[in-house]
Design a protein around this ligand. Structure first.
Ligand SMILES: Cc1ncc(COP(=O)(O)O)c(C=O)c1O
Length: 388
């Protein structure tokens, strides 16, 4: 395993997580049961939603969300090309076609509602949005558009756990949390997320019909769980649909409950570090910090900077690597991956420009402020030395 002086992300785990795991081990019940139920109840309360369903990953959650929304062969799903590949892969898994929309700008790299409107056809079944880096998409416009056209709005909210929706004026008209604004939303608890358990995810919705379908398909289309039978709530089961095993287990749920309790403070810490980065980025000519003016509304999942040119970005990446600082790119353009490039896609000029100039820098709640200062200094040095 490479060891970085400053890694891209790190987890905030301590005695509470160890105790939670030990509690489950002592209980001798490992598969979906009381810890999962409590995790779902606590997550639903944090979200202010009626239904939260724990799943084995966000990818599984997206698959269930799409199936619950009856996305299938012949349907088109409009989604950003600037995203992790899961949403697009699950679109294909349902037999539907991903139709990639561009993002708004280098400063606001979330799906462009005007582009979405242009891409709608009679075959459009759903729009899947992704709150890039923890910064919410323009949900008011997207909601109106989708309601007018009878299209289901799904949120890939993997970056945005704990973020509350605000409109362009900073108001919170719906008081809703990211993931609960559209019809159905999904979260990831992968090892680099704000709330992390290694693997795991959550689906949230206020719609009973969607929750019921997703719950059924999560466990083989069976009418009861092993846990229900163990505690005497059922003695047998029927299989009333063709489903999957997308269940979460007790160990991950117990970790999730501890992490959920830490979420608000950890997101606050992330925002504080983002402000610290922003001061430096703002002083570098030609550099942009996406959504840097609305940090207070963000979940603060990623620290991304956009360099003036692709060469400047690559120089900074190399300079950081030489100093033992890990960086990354969120994300390559999905439409350019070989598995997706076979299909024709509309030009995605802003996404491609963003991908050629963006860099993701270290950010995690346990990161020392002096390490942010170090990273800032290294970038500043590389970016300015180059100009001399
Ligand atoms: C935006 C986004 N969507 C989907 C996923 C998939 O999540 P999981 O690994 O839990 O399946 C991720 C995880 O990296 C993600 O960042």
């Amino acid at each position: 395993m490479p060891s970085w002086n400053i890694p891209l992300s790190d987890l905030d785990y301590g005695q509470e997580e160890m105790d939670a795991v030990a509690r489950v081990l002592r209980s001798k019940w490992l598969s979906m049961g009381p810890e999962v139920e409590s995790f779902e109840t606590e997550f639903a309360a944090m979200q202010g939603v009626k239904y939260a369903l724990a799943v084995s990953s966000a990818t599984a959650g997206l698959h269930l969300a799409y199936l619950a929304a009856e996305i299938g062969p012949g349907d088109e799903v409009i989604e950003p090309a600037l995203n992790f590949v899961a949403a697009a892969n699950m679109t294909v898994a349902c037999g539907a076609t991903p139709v990639f929309a561009d993002v708004l700008s280098l400063a606001e790299p979330t799906i462009d509602p005007a582009d979405v409107a242009d891409l709608i056809t009679p075959r459009t079944k759903a729009v899947v949005v992704m709150h890039y880096g923890g910064n919410l998409c323009r949900m008011a416009e997207l909601l109106t558009l989708c309601r007018e056209r009878n299209i289901i709005l799904i949120e890939d909210a993997c970056h945005a756990v704990g973020a509350r929706y605000h409109d362009a004026l900073g108001r919170s008209p719906h008081g809703t949390m990211a993931g609960s604004i559209g019809e159905i939303g999904t979260f990831s608890f992968f090892a680099n997320k704000n709330l992390l358990t290694g693997e795991g995810g959550m689906i949230v919705t206020n719609r009973e019909d969607l929750a019921a379908k997703a719950r059924l398909l999560r466990s083989h289309g069976m009418t009861s769980l092993t846990w229900d039978r163990h505690r005497g709530h059922a003695s047998t089961y029927e299989v009333i649909s063709h489903g999957y095993n997308y269940r979460l287990d007790e160990l991950h749920a117990a970790l999730g409950r501890v992490q959920l309790a830490k979420l608000a403070a950890n997101n606050e810490r992330r925002r504080k570090l983002l402000h610290c980065y922003k001061n430096a980025i703002d002083s570098m000519p030609g550099w942009i910090m996406p959504c840097g003016d609305s940090i207070e509304f963000s979940a603060g999942h990623l620290m991304v900077a956009v360099a003036p040119t692709p060469t400047a970005r690559d120089e900074v990446v190399n300079g950081l690597r030489t100093s033992g600082v890990q960086s990354s790119l969120h994300y390559p353009c999905i439409a350019d991956f070989p598995a997706f490039a076979k299909r024709a896609h509309k030009p995605l000029p802003i996404t491609r420009e963003f991908v050629s100039r963006a860099i993701t820098l270290p950010l995690y709640p346990t990161m020392a402020q002096e390490n942010v200062t170090k990273v800032r200094g290294l970038i500043y040095e590389t970016a300015t030395v180059r100009k001399l």
